[in-house]
Design a protein around this ligand. Structure first.
Ligand SMILES: [Zn+2]
Length: 456
C-alpha cells in the first residue's frame, strides 16, 4: 500500500448507509480511499478522532459575505470553516458592487483567491431593466448560478426583477445550462401591508410576520414555478419557510420540472414565539412562522422532500438588529458557523442519522449547483473536504466564541449536541477544533461542471 499524506480515523458517514469505523486516506488534496476497520495503511500524518463522525465537508449554499461591509470573505469563510463548512455559495448582493457583470465577478474572484480560507462558488444576478444580455458572459466568467428576487429588498443591492425580464432571464439561464435561485416573496402583497403597519404605528416583532403572510410566499413560489415550467429552466427555491411551498415544488417536480428546495435552520428551530422573545434579532425574510409550520417542514425534510439546508448567513451587526421599531431593523441573521450543529441537534434528538445531514448540507447542494464531480461526498477521487463532528462533546453556545464579525447569534445559550472538531479543505486542516490552519491564498473559486444537471 502506498504512503498517503493524511489519514483521518473515525466513524465514516458515507452515502445513506450506517456509519462505520475506518479511515479516510488522502493525498494531494484528494480522497484516495475509504478503508473499513482499524487504520493500517502507511501515512505521513494520522488524525484519530475515535468516535467522532467523519462527514463530507458541508456546502453552505446560501451566504451573504458582502451584504454588510463589516464581514467580507475572510471572516465569513473562517466562521464557516469553524462550523464544518468547506464550500460556501456566496450571494451576489454585495453592498460594494452587486455581481451583475463579468468585471465585478472577476474582481470578486480575485478577492476570494486572496482572502478565503475555504472554497467559494459565486452567484451572479442581473440589473432590473438590463434584459438577459449578461447571463451568458456571467456563466462564462464562472458564475455557478443566478439569484433572482421577486421582492425588492434594496433598489440597488437587492432589487426585484420585473416579471417580463424574469422570463427572459430564465430562458437565458436554460440556454446556458445554469440554475435560477429565487427569493420567493410577493411584493404587491407585502409592501402595502408594511406601509399600513408603519403608518398605524405597529412596531412589535410579530408585526413583521403579519406584514409577510404565508400567501405572500406561496404565491411567489407559484410564480417562479410557472415561469420555470414555461421556459423549461432549472429552478432552485431559496429559504422556504412553509410546508405548502415545499409541496408546490414537489408537485411541479412530478410533472418533470427540474426544481430543488431549500430551507434554513431558523425555520426548523424557531417559530413566531421566539420572534417575540428575541425581537429584531430574529427578523428574517421570509419571516418565522407558527410552530405548526416548523413541524411540517421537519416532516418533509425527513421524508426527502427538501434538497438542501442553508444558513442564509446575513452578518448584520447587533446595532442593525436591535432598534425598538421592528421595521427599522435589517432582515437576516448570521448562521454559517452553527448550520451543522443546529441541524444535528434537530436530527440526533429523535434518533435520526447524520447521513440525512450529509445529504442536506453536502450531496444536495453539490447536485443543485453542478459541483458534485469534486464536492459533496466522501469517495475516491473527490476533493478531500471532510468535517468531523464529535457527539461526545456537547456544549452551550456562547455567541462571543463565534468567528463572524457579526458578533452575535440567535442560537446563543443553546445546548449544541456535539462539536465540529476538525475541518479539512482539499487535504489541508483549516480548523482543528480550536485553531485555524491553512494559509491565505489557498482557496479556489468552484465552478459548475459543464452539462451538469440536478438529475446527475
Ligand atoms: Zn439570503
Amino acid at each position: 500500500m502506498t504512503t498517503v499524506d493524511l489519514s483521518i480515523v473515525g466513524r465514516i458517514v458515507s452515502g445513506i448507509g450506517e456509519p462505520f469505523r475506518g479511515e479516510i486516506r488522502i493525498s494531494a488534496g484528494r480522497i484516495v480511499e475509504l478503508r473499513e476497520g482499524e487504520p493500517a495503511g502507511p501515512c505521513t500524518t494520522r488524525i484519530d478522532l475515535k468516535d467522532a463522525y467523519l462527514l463530507p465537508g458541508a456546502i453552505d449554499c446560501h451566504v451573504h459575505s458582502g451584504s454588510h461591509a463589516g464581514e467580507g470573505i475572510r471572516a465569513l469563510t473562517s466562521s464557516a470553516a469553524a462550523g464544518g463548512v468547506t464550500t460556501v455559495i456566496d450571494m451576489p448582493y454585495d453592498v460594494a458592487a452587486p455581481v451583475v457583470s463579468p468585471l465585478v465577478l472577476a474582481a470578486k474572484r480575485d478577492k476570494v483567491t486572496a482572502e478565503a480560507l475555504i472554497d467559494v462558488a459565486l452567484l451572479a444576478t442581473v440589473r432590473p431593466g438590463s434584459g438577459d444580455a449578461d447571463v451568458g458572459p456571467l456563466v462564462d466568467a464562472g458564475a455557478v448560478g443566478f439569484k433572482l428576487s421577486l421582492f425588492g429588498t434594496d433598489p440597488r443591492r437587492f432589487p426585484r426583477i420585473p416579471d417580463d425580464q424574469f422570463l427572459e432571464v430564465l430562458a437565458a439561464i436554460r440556454d446556458h445550462g445554469s440554475v435560477a435561485c429565487v427569493h420567493a416573496e410577493n411584493e404587491e402583497i407585502i409592501k402595502p401591508l408594511m406601509a399600513r403597519a408603519i403608518e398605524s404605528g405597529a412596531s412589535s416583532p410579530l408585526d413583521h410576520c403579519r406584514s409577510r403572510p404565508p400567501v405572500s410566499e406561496t404565491q411567489a413560489v407559484l410564480t417562479a414555478l410557472e415561469y420555470a415550467r414555461d421556459t423549461g429552466s432549472t429552478l432552485h427555491l431559496c429559504h422556504l419557510s412553509l410546508a405548502r411551498s415545499v409541496d408546490l415544488a414537489r408537485s411541479y417536480a412530478r410533472e418533470g420540472l427540474q426544481v430543488s428546495t431549500e430551507t434554513c435552520p431558523h425555520y426548523l428551530w424557531f417559530s413566531e414565539d421566539d420572534m417575540e422573545r428575541q425581537g429584531g434579532r430574529l427578523k428574517i425574510n421570509p419571516p418565522l412562522r407558527p410552530a405548526s409550520e416548523r413541524a411540517g417542514l421537519w416532516e418533509r425534510l425527513l421524508g426527502g422532500a427538501i434538497d438542501a439546508v442553508s444558513s442564509d448567513h446575513a452578518p448584520w451587526p447587533l446595532s442593525d438588529k436591535t432598534r425598538p421599531a421592528i421595521f427599522d431593523n435589517h432582515s437576516g441573521a448570521p448562521g454559517t458557523e452553527t448550520l451543522v450543529s443546529v441541524l444535528a441537534a434537530g436530527l440526533l434528538a429523535p434518533g435520526e442519522s447524520l447521513a440525512v445531514l450529509s445529504q442536506l448540507v453536502a450531496a444536495g447542494p453539490a447536485r443543485i449547483f453542478g459541483i458534485a464531480e469534486a464536492k459533496g461526498s466522501l469517495a475516491p477521487g473527490m476533493d478531500a473536504d471532510v468535517m468531523a463532528f464529535d457527539p461526545g462533546k456537547p456544549f452551550i453556545l456562547d455567541e462571543a466564541d463565534l468567528h463572524s464579525n457579526a458578533g452575535w447569534s440567535p442560537y446563543h445559550a443553546m445546548t449544541m449536541p456535539g462539536r465540529v472538531v476538525l475541518t479539512v479543505s482539499r487535504g489541508e486542516v483549516v480548523w482543528d477544533g480550536t485553531h485555524f490552519g491553512g494559509s491565505k491564498g489557498r482557496a479556489r473559486v468552484v465552478e459548475r461542471a459543464r452539462g451538469a444537471t440536478q438529475h446527475d
